[in-house]
Ligand binder design. Sequence first.
Ligand code: CA
Ligand code: CA
Ligand code: CA
Ligand code: CA
Length: 128
Amino acid sequence: MKRIALLAAIGFLCWATPTFAGSNPDFDLDGVGDVIDNCSEAANPAQDDTDADDCGNLCDCDYDQDGICGLSDFGGFTSKGFGTTNELYNHTEPVWDTIGFGDFGFFTSNFGQVPGPSGTTAGTIACP
Ligand SMILES: [Ca+2]
Ligand SMILES: [Ca+2]
Ligand SMILES: [Ca+2]
Ligand SMILES: [Ca+2]
């Protein structure tokens, strides 16, 4: 009888213990799991990353890689001008649409901020 109770207890524990095998949280619901998402809080299913710093274009306006979206980056952004197709300064997907007010709005709203966050470079200067 004790053996049956023990087997029942083990069976219950196996049933009640959640398994995380294969689970992969996706905060921004873009189909790319947080740990491999180069913009883990912005939906960017294409994962465009022109400067290849593992911080996706959709959350990266730190073009000179100093860890912050600042004046030096703004100079580069404005020199390209609206209507061009410079991929680096493009903050929408797909990458090769033109730079417009949306990209400017992204830059200004992130001015003074760090890029990211990125699930692939957590803790690095390039994309915290
Ligand atoms: Ca995601
Ligand atoms: Ca994302
Ligand atoms: Ca980048
Ligand atoms: Ca910068």
